[in-house]
Design a binder for this molecule. Structure first.
Ligand code: FES
Length: 203
């Protein structure tokens, strides 16, 4: 028995249907692109986010000996203290009272592995956030009448939340709640008076 099925002839409307399908597919593509653009843009860092993560240049030429400047980097306070010769000399006198005088627990680059925990001895840079629960310590100078520190207080920082104390290199004293020394942000010198917080020198 022969197959009597006849081949389907193109309908006069097939051409129109093909045009419509092509248009619909193209429109779908445009819609997909249109919806993809804002979707992708939500993953791109905003200008504000980029600004928050960016390195910060600080003029340190106006910090007098013994003075301190605080700047913001990544939403955190960063202290820059210009230590005096007397402050530097005092750093070597209380190692026995410190929890980690050699910064053994700190993740520090080689340039900061010294008693002052600094690139330049006189300029100390640290994040001003207590390593216990994140309060803001206060600077308490040597000879202060602050009753929260002892009479032999060498000068440093006192956290009012739970009483942790840090010396002028940000090293935590023993038997205090803070588990580690103050964190030091990456930084490098652009000149004698310009410091860049947020980028370190290449190792
Ligand atoms: S947050 Fe500083 S001692 Fe607790």
């Amino acid at each position: 028995m022969s197959d009597t099925t006849l081949p389907t002839l193109p309908s006069p409307h097939d051409g129109e249907r093909r045009v419509w399908l092509m248009a619909a597919t193209a429109a779908g593509g445009v819609a997909a692109v249109a919806t993809a653009v804002p979707f992708v843009s939500t993953f791109a860092p905003s200008e504000r986010a980029k600004a928050l993560g960016a390195a910060v240049t600080v003029d340190i030429g106006d910090i007098p000996p013994g003075g301190m400047k605080t700047v913001e980097w990544r939403g955190k306070p960063v202290w820059i203290l210009r230590r005096t010769p007397a402050m530097l000399e005092g750093l070597s006198k209380h190692d026995a009272d410190l929890a980690d005088p050699r910064s053994a627990k700190d993740d520090l680059p080689e340039a900061l592995r010294n008693p002052g925990r600094s690139v330049k001895p006189e300029v100390f840079v640290a994040i001003g956030i207590c390593t216990h629960l994140g309060c803001a310590p206060n600077e308490v100078p040597a000879g202060s009448a602050n009753p929260s520190v002892g009479a032999d207080w060498p000068g440093g920082f006192f956290c009012p939340c739970h009483g942790s104390t840090f010396d002028l290199a940000g090293r935590v004293f023993k038997n205090k709640p803070a588990p580690t020394n103050l964190e030091i942000p990456p930084h490098r010198y652009l000149s004698d008076t310009q410091l860049l917080i947020g980028e370190a020198d290449a190792a």
